[in-house]
Design a protein around this ligand. Structure first.
Ligand code: UDP
Length: 333
């Protein structure tokens, strides 16, 4: 057993979890991946040991925590597609709320107190056009957002009852890829805007369906706050460091504070790849609010966290090679 603190990373074989494991290892921790491989990839597990099991399996989870002398858990394991959650809510209730029950029970049984919870801007619902602060009312409009809000509340109930140390991190739209090129995004099926648009541009996928151009936004398409996955990973290491030093509870937005519309993403892809994204306009996707943009100031104040990759062209330039593009834009330099 190494003297580096062991950190349990549920969902560590997934897109965000794997980037976080790499950042944890670089920061001197020992990531222990716990993943059922339902959407993650075993090939993403490269920075420590792994247990391939489900978070709802409380006995295996407790055993893993004790066997690896886990100092903190970062909980990513969840179903995370807004559109799918509208069509199949029970899957989300089962995986996400069921998974949280499994995790909290294992924490209680083993005495594990430090929990970093992967939450989402989807908990805010129709928050309006302005930047969203952490005290903005959380009124989710899709089952995915509801399950993430439920997980937040469950964690806070356990904090009150058992004196745990929580960090709730509400991500905006995670995207991009490891700047060193070791990890990228590979969902199956892929549903996210930037990967699908890059696949459409390289003709590896069908023309992009733009879901709605009749929103109350300047160009009529939805506005999101895209945060580079490498920045997101760094924010997790900072939040973990805060808890390891005995810091108090955190609830933080993780976003860049800049809103980019779907049509602006397509323009950025054309600039970066020199390929036009073929698209057709479709009706709105159920469960999508018009605008979600973070006010990122609290994360800056509490953790000193400021995203390094601020502009959308750079974020796309890092993602593009994973989807068949040779990137010539200066942003990759
Ligand atoms: N979107 C789109 N076409 C797609 C996928 C997504 O127009 O094929 C839009 C979606 O309606 C939303 C934005 O792109 O406004 C980001 O969606 P994504 O699924 O990437 O992330 P989410 O915001 O759901 O977490």
């Amino acid at each position: 057993m190494s003297d580096r603190p062991a950190i349990l990373v549920t969902g560590g074989a997934g897109f965000i979890g794997a980037h976080v494991c790499k950042a944890l290892a670089a920061a001197g921790y020992r990531p222990v991946v716990y993943d059922n491989l339902s959407t993650g990839h075993a090939a993403n597990v490269r920075w420590g040991p792994s247990v391939f099991a489900d978070v709802r399996d409380r006995a295996t989870l407790s055993d893993t925590i004790l066997r690896h002398d886990i100092a903190a858990v970062l909980h990513f394991a969840a179903s995370a597609y807004v559109g799918e959650s509208v069509k199949d809510p029970l899957k989300y209730h089962d995986n996400n709320i069921g998974g949280m029950i499994g995790l909290l029970d294992a924490c209680r049984q083993t005495g594990l107190r430090r929990v970093v919870l992967s939450s989402s801007c989807a908990t805010y619902g129709h928050a309006g056009p302005g930047p969203i602060v952490e005290s903005t009312p959380q009124v989710p409009i899709n089952p995915y957002g509801f399950t993430k809000l439920a997980c937040e509340r469950m964690l806070l109930d356990h904090v009150a009852a058992h004196g745990m140390q929580p960090a709730i991190l509400r991500y905006f739209n995670a995207t991009g890829a490891d700047p060193a090129g070791e990890l990228g995004e590979a969902h199956s099926p892929e549903t996210h805007l930037i990967p699908l648009a890059l696949l459409a541009a390289s003709r590896r996928g069908p023309p992009l369906a733009v879901f709605g151009t009749d929103y109350d936004t300047p160009d009529g398409s939805c506005i999101r706050d895209y945060i580079h996955v490498d920045d997101l990973a760094r924010a997790h290491v900072l939040a973990l460091g805060h808890l390891m030093q005995g810091g108090g509870p955190l609830t933080l937005n993780l976003g860049s504070g800049r809103g980019v519309s779907v049509l602006q993403v397509l323009d950025a892809i054309a600039r970066v790849t020199r390929r036009v994204v073929p698209f057709r306009t479709q009706p709105r996707r159920a469960g999508d609010p018009a605008t979600l943009v973070a006010d990122p100031r609290l994360a800056a104040a509490r953790l000193g966290f400021v995203p390094r990759f601020q502009d959308i062209d750079t974020i796309i330039a890092h993602a593009a090679p994973w989807f068949g593009h040779e990137v010539r834009h200066a942003a990759t330099a």
